[in-house]
Design a protein. Structure first.
Length: 90
């Protein structure tokens, strides 16, 4: 009878392991999916941050280019004025 009790315990343990194994596998797969989703989200947030930085840089560049263009137009006007003055002096 002692032999049968040990066999019952082994069968019960193996049965428990067989039932528990799919639960563990599903839990591990879900954890992996969650980690992948978090990685995708982090990557998307980083792309969004980089895009915002690029847009800000582009806006600053456009603003500076406008300032330079205005200064260049002013200088062109001054040079033309000086050229007219020099032609009048000749």
């Amino acid at each position: 009878m002692n032999h049968i009790y040990d066999l019952d315990g082994i069968i019960l343990t193996l049965g428990g392991l067989l039932l528990l194994t799919p639960v563990i596998i599903v839990a591990l797969r879900q954890r992996g999916k969650t980690q992948r989703a978090e990685a995708v989200l982090a990557r998307e947030q980083e792309y969004r941050r980089l895009t915002e930085m690029a847009l800000t840089t582009q806006e600053l560049t456009d603003q500076r280019l406008l300032e330079i263009s205005t200064q260049l137009a002013d200088m062109r006007s001054r040079v033309e004025s000086m050229e007219r003055t020099l032609k009048e002096v000749e």
